[in-house]
Ligand binder design. Sequence first.
Ligand code: FDA
Length: 315
Amino acid sequence: MSQFEQLYRQVALSVAGNPVVEKVLSKQGWALAQRFVSGETAQDAIKAIHRLEAQGIQGNLDLLGEFVNTPEPANANTEMILQTIDQVHAAGLTPYNSIKLSAIGQGQTVNGPDGKPQDLGDVNARRIVARAKEYGGFVNLDMEDHPRVDETLRLFRELVNEFGHQHVGTVLQAYLHRSEEDRRRLDDLRPNIRIVKGAYLEPASVAMQSKPEIDAAYRRLVYEHLKAGNYCNVATHDHHIIYDVMHFALAHGIPKDQFEFQLLYGIREDLQRELAEQGYTVRSYIPFGKEWYGYYSRRIAERPKNVMFVLRGLL
Ligand code: FDA
């Protein structure tokens, strides 16, 4: 990241976190958010999958919402995700969902059926992965801010052991200093991992701050994961990295079915189509739902040009 981009990102994320800004944008921003969000309902998202599948692109559904502090919304989100999985199956598609543990109760303790305390996020994630597995589907545990990484990786290990690596994956963020070590520690699971650069505002004590450093760490993570024989979801819009991964795979005899490219809905759609036409698996991360503000503000913070889009829209 250039110093300008770094500063822009920090300012944009802090401004977006301001309650007054959130109130104004949440009220007026839905029309703008639709550039990155497929709609408010699961049916809107399913329509988006059908549209993308006609172009050879697969879907990965994400019910928007994060950071809930009480069991009621966590359980309500879980029920909606379960219903979505049912609806995707009923539409003749194989469910592929991404979930944020902070939206389904991670960090909240409840009593389990045996009376013992349990993490609500664990309970709900198990229900979701079990349902997806019934239909041969897949669930990805998204990675959120750094205090959640240990718990997310602990749960990921348990879920892979219970349900198998064909049905559950997670994410490593290249900007975190710890991610290379985390990746190595997971190797025994033959894990399906999505590699991303990282979208949260993190301090220098835990995360790299410069773009060249993050890009280099990104490439190392992907290359190491592929060399270890694991399935890799290369999740970036950075075409330099995408082309480098293609060349790396060719040079090391890594087959096209050992990795896929994942991009966000509404971003670099030209590139998504181009990759699919070249025979690569491409998956679009398709958010839907009413709680779009947090997701939307991270997309704005990623690119200075996007803020002009918001301002023009508001004016
Ligand atoms: P970079 O930011 O360097 O951008 C490269 C180019 O891509 C830009 O020059 C521009 O052309 C285009 N671009 C990037 N962002 C754009 C935007 N918002 N609008 C328009 N163009 C844009 N993060 C996380 O912390 N946890 C997670 O679980 C996930 N999950 C996830 C799934 C998928 C499928 C993707 C693609 C990304 C994530 N992320 C994520 C987000 C990720 O960490 C990162 O913030 C974004 O992908 C932006 O970084 P890039 O890799 O695209 O590169």
